[in-house]
Design a binder for this molecule. Sequence first.
Ligand SMILES: [Zn+2]
Length: 491
Amino acid sequence: MSTRHRLRWGFTVPAILGMVMALAWTLIGLPGWTGTAKAAPAGKLSAAVTPPVACDKKDSPDKGWIQVFYVYRNGESRFEEMRDTVKRIAWNIDQTFEASAQRFGQGDSRRLRFVQDDNCQIEVTPIGADLPDKLSLGEARGHADNWIKEHLLKDDGGYFGRHKPVYFVDAEGVDGCGLGGGAHAGGLGGGWAGVTFGCWGEQALTHELIHAFGFNHCNGADDQGNDPICRGADQTPRCDDLLAGTVLDCAKDEFAYFHPRPAPGSPLAENPEGNIANSPYLIKNQPAPPVDAQLVGTKGRCLASGGAGKAAAQKECGDDTVWRRTISTDGYFQLELKGTKQCLSSTESGDKAHVLSACDKGDERQHWMMFDAAGPDKEHYKLANRATKEEARIADEAEFKMHFSVGSATTDAEGTEPTSDEPSEQGAEPQSDGTKPASSDAEDDADLAATGGDMGTSLSIAIGALALAVLGGAILMKTRRKRAASSHRAR
Ligand SMILES: [Zn+2]
């Protein structure tokens, strides 16, 4: 395949190390990882609870759906253990799409239209297949597609025309990290995404989902190094931001594929079909509400205030250790100790202390990104701070579970009527029906890779997703590795 599919090795040292480690993980099949999701006791906060997604209980021919599947080898299912984790990761992707829309600062919302239950909870559908001992991720996808054809195909054969399946593959011997393909960014059409267990996580899946909307890696614009769809494999990234590997269309420049409200005359305004923000697979009128959660460290204690003027601490979990997470300025999260108007803040001094200070949306020390799927059970999050660009170790904990309350997980969605979801902005833009979708090339490319017809492409995509998965870590480490940082920024 063309050179754009080859990984460029002028990437940071930690990223390469991370890729090697991640590839090794994948190749050995990640033995021994087990899930620990437990049923949620009534009234308690729990890691097994995931907030609802944007509600939609009514189908219509103009709607597209994201459907989440857990794919396993017959006889080796861990579905009961893994269902909550899968749901949580899928919800994290929803939060990323919402953050990506909100960071344009124009009051717009974009959330994924998931196949869901009556409580607006993501439905995870298990797919058992007779997988051979060794197979590619593309071949695993083929088995899963066949299952859908047997079980879910509508009378009109239209499943794949309006559904993008997302496959969480949990089987040893599957070669690869992530794959995705599709077309028609702003309209209905095919598309799918898949990841193997070692790569389960919001960042890798967001990357694959962008493929599912029809985009190739950077669509050939090789100088967009650290956009989520550019894989971080370039030395001249234009988006020098902690969220560079996370939010869609990070650089907001002429390599544009996601903008809720593109300026008149801009390329996306002229080509609404090439704008993921116009997609009928997204819900546009249900902004993500804040979520309340405890941040539970590995020792079972909760992140809390350490008292006035003191560093944040770990305390016994209780009503006074609940944080309200909102999507704040530029797509970052802000964490307010609920009801106190005090927000978690990182100091920029060398001691890396974390304190609570008066909430201020514009204060970058209060802007956080949260990496999901950390730890062997994939239930932990790591926090990184926008101002310090470093991963936070807070009161001796670096990983936290988010425990949502059973009640609050549905409160915010209750009463939300599934309203008609007309893409209001879309109609205002000039329609260009004759324009060839920008994504046709990506569709061919990704589908070819997915069928195993081009293993070079398939492998490079997998490696690319690996690079993406470690990109955040690489960025975080760059402040500690000045040489790596300077080469990262070199132009
Ligand atoms: Zn890719």
